[in-house]
Design a protein around this ligand. Sequence first.
Ligand SMILES: Nc1nc2c(ncn2[C@@H]2O[C@H](COP(=O)(O)OP(=O)(O)OP(=O)(O)O)[C@@H](O)[C@H]2O)c(=O)[nH]1
Ligand SMILES: [Mg+2]
Length: 199
Amino acid sequence: MEIKKAEFIKGVVGDDYSTKDNLPQVAFFGRSNAGKSSVINSLTGRKKLVRVSKHPGETKEANFYKIEEKFYLVDFPGYGYSKFSIKLRNRIAKRIFWYVEEANVRPKAVFLVIDTKVGLTDLDRTMIKALKENNHKIIIVCNKIDKLKKSVREEKLSQIREEEPDIPVLLYSAKTKEGRESFIKVILDLVNSKKAKIS
Ligand SMILES: Nc1nc2c(ncn2[C@@H]2O[C@H](COP(=O)(O)OP(=O)(O)OP(=O)(O)O)[C@@H](O)[C@H]2O)c(=O)[nH]1
Ligand SMILES: [Mg+2]
């Protein structure tokens, strides 16, 4: 599917995640450098909708992108970037937890983006725990699969499935766009559903 319209709406640093039109939103979480912003660019078919950098820590606000006037993709700052000061890391973590626990809007789902080669880290596990406790729907996006041989992909995938058997997993490459069609279908199914099902 081609996405014809994708526009930046706002960057949130405070507590207000609502939008004027109340369209459904899906959120992208993950470690800094896992590729959240690249995933959004590749899904929308825009190279420069979202800023991506060679250096981690590029995204500093929760950025809202409105797609086809139908839903929002929300790109969060990455957690765990060790070169950020503790103060900044805490501020980012606080903001993410606010969205998970208290925000005035609930996403249809949270896509937890990981670098497949790295796998799930302890920070991802902490995030998954908080998301589960707050009854959010989680989908793990194993990104950067272009960097791995098929056998290694399979091995990483089965590790994750063993650890989190109840969480759906998508294999993806923001670079080659492998997995894009099924990813978009998952998003459309979520935003078109009346209620986000919690599995
Ligand atoms: N090979 C490969 N590189 C990727 C892929 N996705 C992202 N990258 C690279 O990974 C780096 C980080 O990508 P970003 O999209 O900025 O990562 P992010 O998760 O948004 O990072 P923060 O904004 O710091 O949280 C960039 O150099 C990207 O080009 C992928 O699927 N394959
Ligand atoms: Mg980013």
